[in-house]
Design a protein around this ligand. Structure first.
Ligand code: NAD
Length: 281
């Protein structure tokens, strides 16, 4: 098989959580553009439906399902509906996530009085763990359940699970709420054990760890603020903050047979931010 043929996923199917916006939407577009059937799921059911309709209007095979990843029953129902539509599930993106808010610094560089540990709101801690970590557990659990049956259902053994982690799993990020870091570090280690456990079933599990991308995260502060975007462009070693499209080639590598020897990998895509900002924040 040629190198390019290894990226082919036409005729396969993918489910994406948090697909109404940003990086999850870019994953869904990648799958659709490459010829897979895709289910866009999101707690924002209307947003998922809107984006799935847009993809269908462009001639792609896309469907939508409302799904809050903190609720295991909703995640199970989303996978069951996907399997009912496509026979199995070859690819799953456990992507839904949020910044719980109130980092040590505000995005414009001031000390955030609500971001200090002695006053930090426990509700933000619990929300970050529920969405960013438990939501990934729910998604991988249900993906594994359906992927173990793929061979009988579709004739294709196993599958690929791709989790959205963060550079914050490895380096300190002082402008996101502190509960984001332990949640993403937990995601990284959970991913590694899942890769170990599921390898025997032909299921690969990897994580994409983005650095700064312009999305709606954190209320879209950078997206809606050209001055903030310009400031980030100066900070990132490669000279620019990324748009979600930049994630697409890596998503296709991990989802397809091109990544068949990759499992348990935590792949940074951060414009070099792990090396440190070009000038201090
Ligand atoms: P985004 O806000 O544009 O998209 C996140 C999506 O997740 C939204 O559509 C939102 O409705 C959905 N969501 C939130 N809570 C949910 C829940 N409980 N159940 C289901 N869906 C839910 O942000 P994004 O930047 O595209 O975030 C996607 C992933 O990328 C997250 O896991 C985030 O932590 C990660 N990430 C983003 C960046 C960045 O700079 N943008 C950096 C590193 C990691």
């Amino acid at each position: 098989m040629s190198t390019l043929d290894q990226f082919a996923i036409a005729g396969r199917s993918a489910l994406v959580t948090g697909a109404a916006s940003g990086i999850g939407l870019a994953y869904a577009e990648t799958m659709a553009e490459a010829g897979a059937g895709v289910t866009l799921t999101d707690i924002d059911a209307e947003g998922a439906a809107r984006e799935a309709a847009r993809l269908r209007d462009a001639g792609y095979d896309a469907r939508a399902q409302g799904c809050d990843v903190t609720d295991l029953d909703q995640v199970a129902r989303a996978f069951d509906a996907h399997v009912a539509a496509y026979g199995g599930c070859d690819i799953a993106f456990a992507n839904a996530g949020l910044d719980p808010g109130h980092g040590f610094w505000t995005p414009d560089g001031k000390r955030d009085p609500e971001g200090q540990i002695d006053v930090y709101d426990p509700a933000r801690w619990h929300r970050s763990i529920a969405v960013n970590l438990t939501g990934v557990f729910h998604t991988v659990r249900e993906a594994a359940r359906v992927m173990k049956r793929n061979e009988r259902a579709t004739g294709r053994r196993g599958g690929s699970i791709v989790i959205t982690s963060s550079n914050a799993a490895e380096v300190n990020e002082a402008i996101v709420g502190v509960p984001y870091m332990p949640a993403k570090a937990g995601v990284k280690h959970f991913m590694r054990h899942m890769a170990y456990e599921l390898a025997a079933f032909g299921i690969r599990v990897n994580a994409i760890a983005p650095g700064p991308f312009v999305t709606n995260i954190g209320g879209g502060w950078v997206k809606n603020n050209p001055a903030a975007r310009a400031a980030w462009d100066e900070l990132v070693p490669v000279g620019r903050i990324a748009d979600p499209d930049q994630i697409k080639p890596l998503a296709l590598l991990l989802a397809s047979d091109a990544g068949s020897y990759m499992t348990g990998s935590h792949v940074m895509i951060d414009g070099g931010m792990q090396l440190g900002p070009v000038k201090p924040l």
